[in-house]
Design a protein around this ligand. Structure first.
Ligand SMILES: [Zn+2]
Length: 174
């Protein structure tokens, strides 16, 4: 049964992604400045995060670094991202611990972006009710996070605006 569910999920995720811009994540040309994408997949006690942010929102430019200052800005941003516990925090009762973040700076044509992936293992995933972020405080050019939350129970899309610190996570288990 588990296996079947999992397969169904994969199909849903895949099907959904291909109709949404997540499938085009490498096509930076189509991104919208101010808008980052956060995909959250919750399976059992693991939360997987994938974030796509226009480089304009993070470092203020979208090209391969041209000088030391730009190189430094990119490294600084990467280090900020690596502190994922500070960027996104879950309900403390859920007792989640994040893995190391895998992050890349990518340039494509006249656009560039940051692509980050990490996961979080939770001792009490049933207590996962909220997600809080410092993303908008740390990166003031970011205006919105388009969030997709996919779990065994539901799939939802949330527009997380910069004036909101915390979002509710829909019920994730049956
Ligand atoms: Zn751009």
């Amino acid at each position: 049964m588990r296996k079947t569910l999992y397969i169904i999920f994969t199909i849903i995720i895949f099907g959904y992604s291909s109709s949404q811009s997540f499938a085009e994540k490498r096509q930076l040309e189509s991104h919208e400045h101010g808008v980052s994408k956060l995909q959250i997949v919750i399976e059992k006690n693991i939360i997987q995060y994938e974030l796509e942010a226009p480089a304009n929102d993070i470092v203020g430019f979208e090209n391969s670094p041209k000088n030391e200052q730009q190189k430094e800005s990119i490294n600084k941003a990467i280090n900020l991202f690596k502190n994922t516990d500070g960027l996104f925090t879950t309900s403390s009762k859920a007792n989640c611990r994040s893995s190391k973040i895998d992050i890349e700076f990518e340039v494509e044509g006249t656009h560039a972006g940051f692509h980050a992936k990490w996961n979080s293992k939770c001792k009490k995933i049933s207590e996962l009710k909220e997600l809080t972020t410092m993303f908008f405080q740390i990166f003031p050019k970011a205006e919105e996070l388009e969030v997709q939350i996919i779990s065994e129970k539901s799939q939802s899309a949330i527009e997380w605006e910069s004036d909101t610190k915390t979002i509710k996570i829909p019920k994730i288990h049956n």
